[in-house]
Design a protein around this ligand. Structure first.
Ligand code: UDP
Ligand code: MG
Length: 317
């Protein structure tokens, strides 16, 4: 069998060589498994591409796909899946936070007919309390609002059968939330618990800004709950307004103690205005995403690829 390992890399010069060595060490043990390592350089600005070229020069099992700029982690994973030929495909981070030993366990499941074996993080080491807390919260929120159940505390670290990988490839959308898309595809999926280690070296390539964007992509592309929320908040505001109308009319007709001044008016106008603007923004966010989709631009642009045959088909060592 051929096992493809997809590794997205963004500015990972400090870890990539060590990662490569670890992957070969662990996965090379099994003689029945032929290996193909697909490294996707997501527009790195450090020496990552040079490191990858070097690795490729020494080992024909290495393939390198290099983007024209930084397209983002989820696109790097997508490109890796587009460029691999394995009977089974594994996605793993470049920083050794996901231990390669777990892949052996995933392979075992695959051999027993599981189509997708996904890693579930039981513990996370070396990550800030904020990151752990926000991640936990995010997976719980998205799972509540999403129409597709998305496994809790699951990253992109997983092994997929070719059929599942092809199902993923058939999804053309731009807002790519890989773990959700694979969950949506169905097939036989099983979780493999593991301890997420600290980064081997270097710093996280997911600053807060990217994390928020990622979370928004996940929620907006897997749920229309924000739109539904607009209806609920709108209805609640309308009910509140009705109560106000009844009160004001009753006071005006039945007493000489009329509703006075503009305080209430002022509050009501501001409240309704704020709610309307907020949900116009939510609508805009969905419309912006539709606009992005209809442009039908390619998901990513490849500047250079190494280790592939001229026809584009991977060469097997
Ligand atoms: N990554 C990428 N493009 C990006 C950001 C990250 O390809 O724009 C890769 C990165 O090289 C790593 C993986 O995605 O292999 C996960 O990133 P990181 O370890 O920095 O995220 P964290 O584990 O801190 O959430
Ligand atoms: Mg990491």
């Amino acid at each position: 069998m051929l096992l493809s390992v997809v590794v997205p890399c963004y500015n990972e010069e400090e870890v990539i060589t060590a990662t490569h060595r670890r992957l070969l060490e662990v996965l090379g043990q099994d003689a029945t498994v032929q290996l193909e390592l697909v490294y996707v350089d997501d527009g790195s600005r450090d020496g990552t591409l040079a490191c990858l070229r070097e690795l490729q020069g020494h080992d024909p099992r290495v393939r390198v796909v290099s983007f024209s700029r930084n397209f983002g982690h989820q696109f790097a994973v997508t490109a890796g899946l587009d460029h691999c030929a394995g009977d089974a495909v594994c996605i793993i981070d470049a920083d050794l936070q996901d231990p390669p030993e777990v892949i052996l366990e995933m392979l075992e499941r695959w051999r027993h007919g599981v189509d997708v074996a996904y890693g579930v993080r039981t513990e996370r080491e070396g990550e800030s309390a904020f990151k752990q807390w926000s991640a936990k919260l995010f997976y719980r929120i998205i799972n509540r609002v999403s129409d597709t159940p998305i496994p809790l505390d699951t990253g992109d670290f997983r092994l997929m059968d070719r059929t599942a990988a092809e199902a993923f490839q058939a999804m053309p959308e731009r807002d790519r939330f890989v773990r959700g898309m694979v969950a949506w595809a169905g097939f036989r999926q099983e979780s493999v618990p593991y301890r997420r280690a600290a980064r081997f070296a270097g710093t996280t390539k997911y600053p807060l800004r990217k994390m928020l964007h990622f979370a928004a992509d996940g929620i907006l592309s897997f749920s229309t709950a924000p739109l539904r929320l607009a209806i609920y908040v709108g209805l609640a505001a309308a009910v509140l307004a009705m109560v106000g109308v009844v009160y004001a009319l009753a006071m005006r007709l039945a007493t000489s103690n009329w509703v006075e001044g503009w305080t209430l008016l002022f509050i009501a106008v501001l409240f309704i205005g704020g709610v309307q603007l907020t949900f116009l923004g939510v609508l805009g966010e969905y419309i912006g995403r539709i606009y992005g989709e209809v442009k039908r631009r390619p998901l990513y642009l490849v500047k250079e690829q190494l280790g592939f045959e001229p026809g584009g088909l991977p060469q097997c060592a």
